[in-house]
Design a binder for this molecule. Sequence first.
Ligand SMILES: *Cc1c(COP(=O)(O)O)cnc(C)c1O
Length: 340
Amino acid sequence: MEVRELLRENIRTLSPYSTARDEYQGSLGIYLDANENPYDNGYNRYPDPHQKVLKQKLSEVKNVPVEKIFIGNGSDEPIDLVFRLFCEPKRDNAVSIAPSYGMYKVAAAINDVLMREVQLEPDFSLDVDKLLAATDEHTKLLFLCSPNNPSGNCFPKETIERILKTFQGIVVLDEAYIDFADQPGFLSRLEEFPNLIILQTLSKAWGMAGLRLGLAFAQPFIIETLSRVKYPYNINVVTQKIVYDRLQTRPDTQIQTIIAERKRVSEALKTFPLIRKIYPSDANFVLVQVDQPRQVYETLIAAGIIVRDRSRIAGCEGCLRITIGTPEENTVLLDTLKNM
Ligand SMILES: *Cc1c(COP(=O)(O)O)cnc(C)c1O
C-alpha cells in the first residue's frame, strides 16, 4: 500500500502557503517582511511555523527523529487534519471502535465523512474480525484508542499489529494515556508500519492541557503532508516557549503517584456496596458501574466533586468515569462514596 495513493487528489496537488519565515530563514537582521509591528514586546513576531527548536526537544524526549513529528494545537488538530488529508467528503468513510473518544466522530461529521462504529465486547475487548469487516474500499481511516477512553483498557499488542498489517488504509492509534499504561506503546515501532499515525498529547500525563499541544508521529511523508495542510502558525509563541521549558523535567513522580492512587481508589471502591463493577484501567481514570448513576453523580456534585456521567453511552450503561486526582482529592471522593 502506497500512502500517497490514499491522499485526496486536492491534497496531493496542493501548493501550500509560503510564510515570510519560509522565504528567509536567517535569524539576524532587520525584519521588514511580515508586516509585523517592529516594537519588541515579546510577542510582536510571528511564531516559527515549523517549531524547529521545540521539535528538536520533543525528538530527544520521545526518542523519535524530528522528521517523524507533527505538532498540533491539541490532538484535536491532527484528528481533524487526517480527515482533510485522506477522506473525500461523502465518498470515503472511517471506522472506529465504540465506546471511544468523542472527537473522532465529531471531526468526521464536520468533514462530512461517514463514521462507522464497531461496538467493543461487553468487557471492552476488541473483535478484530468484526472491526475489519466494517471496512471497505472507501475506508481510509481506522481509529483505535489504547488505552481507550472511556473504558480505560489497552488492547493487546498482537491485536493492534494484526490491524496494522491487514487494514489497507491509515490506522490512527491514539495513545493519549500511554504514560499510565504498563505496556509500552508503538512509538518505537513506527518503522515497521508505514500506515501508522500515533497520536499523543501533553494534556494528560505531562500536565499541559491549558497550553494545547498534541503530537502526531508517523513516517516523514505523512508528517510533511500534515504540515502542508495545517494553519501555518498553528502553535503560538507562548506555547512553544513554555512547553520547551516544561519538557526539561519529566513528570515521572506525578505519574507514579497517579498510578498508585488508581490502585488505591479501585481497591477501596470494590468494597463499597454501591459499586457494581470497576473496570481495570491503564489510564488516569477509572470507569465504574453503579446501580443509580444519576443519583451518585448528583450526590458527588452536592459534595463538590465532579465526575463524568457516561451512563447513557452504549456499552457504558450505569457507568461514571472518575479521573484520578491528588491523594487528598481521592480521599474526599472515597469518603463521600463510602457513606452512600
Ligand atoms: C484527552 C484526550 C486527548 C487529548 O486531546 P488534546 O486535544 O490533546 O487535549 C486525545 N485523545 C483522547 C482519547 C483523549 O482522551
